[in-house]
Design a protein. Structure first.
Length: 340
């Protein structure tokens, strides 16, 4: 084989300062693969200015040149250069295809064009859950391997919540959600819960930012206290200090924030939607995401349920980033073996 890495990993998502689920997945997978087999994996990371929208040109034009001597190019964040013939791509969900109205028209059109083209040419597709595998099969006609995400050891019941409380001005008890301000996350459904909790002296707080490609879905949730994007260092303590965590999302390909809260011993209320029942199993309370009253009832029950505080860490312990890296690497092994 010519000089150069055997597998080049596209770390564009890891270069973004904002830390959503795809960015977390990319950062952890890059670190895990390099630690697992440093002789196999090399990393391509654009300048910070090319991490977001401008990075599409870097990804489609420069990255194939960088990868020309690699056996494979691994894309952990939904996209890959169409012209490159040896892609392995992680597509986390099919939300832009399933419900384009959750996104800006330009982003939805781009995904509608790109995802089928990437899927047709990829050597292997990977996704986070059996739910997403079924979605990709139906909407793109591909059979993806399932490799779940993980939770790192910082997310623990022992995480110190005082620094997060002090930095974010959290004086009263609080219920937490961590989600982008997008219609898919369905934060408007938390309005009833926020009003009820406020009457009990409990805040309902939302951590997460906005992105230009996402349509805001927070209307009607004005009673929530918006924390905005929270630094990663504060997140474990923010979860651990919450009376309850809630995710009313209409569609999830995995449910990473639920796992992070569960790992911290925080009772979780999750929507009965998407991959959340698959990921969370019996360790959370479920509610209909279209029924704000049912969500509020579930939060009130969960806050005082010691069984959930015990079940969450047990379930979350089944998901580690080392396991994720090994699962992806096993698929790479198969491809490299068939190539040779």
């Amino acid at each position: 084989m010519s000089a150069g890495p055997r597998v080049l990993v596209n770390a564009r998502a890891a270069a973004r300062p904002a830390l959503g689920g795809v960015e977390r997945w990319t950062r952890e997978l890059v670190a895990g693969l390099v630690a697992l087999r440093p002789e196999r994996y090399a990393v391509a990371r654009p300048p910070a200015a090319l991490a977001h929208r401008a990075g599409h040109a870097w990804e489609q034009a420069f990255l194939p040149l960088r990868a020309r001597s690699a056996a494979l190019l691994l894309g952990p964040a939904n996209l890959a250069p169409i012209a490159f013939p040896r892609n392995v791509v992680v597509i986390h969900d099919a939300a832009p295809l399933r419900e384009p109205s959750w996104y800006s028209p330009a982003y939805a059109a781009y995904q509608r064009h790109m995802l089928p083209a990437i899927a047709r040419r990829a050597r292997r597709m990977i996704t986070d859950s059996a739910f997403s595998r079924a979605e990709l099969g139906e909407l793109l006609g591909v059979d993806a391997a399932v490799v779940p995400g993980g939770v790192d050891a910082r997310f623990s019941p022992r995480a110190d919540h005082e620094p997060a409380r002090a930095a974010l001005g959290l004086v009263r008890p609080y219920v937490l959600t961590v989600a982008s301000r997008t219609a898919r996350k369905n934060l408007a459904a938390l309005g009833v819960a926020a009003a009820r909790l406020a009457a009990q002296g409990v805040d309902l707080v939302a951590a997460g930012g906005t992105r230009p490609q996402l349509r805001d879905g927070a209307g009607g949730a004005g009673a929530l206290r918006d924390l905005g994007p929270v630094p990663d260092a504060y997140l474990p303590g923010l979860y651990a200090g919450a009376r309850c965590f809630v995710l009313p999302s209409l569609y999830e390909g995995f449910g990473l924030t639920c796992l992070e809260a569960m790992a911290c011993g925080t009772p979780v209320v999750a929507a009965r939607a998407g991959a959340l029942p698959e990921t969370c199993a019996e360790a959370v309370l479920y509610a209909d995401p279209h029924d704000p009253g049912e969500i509020a009832d579930a939060i009130e029950r969960a806050m005082d349920d010691p069984a959930l505080r015990e079940a969450g860490p047990r379930r979350a312990a089944e998901f580690t980033w080392e396991r994720t890296a090994r699962g992806v690497d096993a698929g790479i092994d198969e491809l490299l073996a068939s190539r040779s």
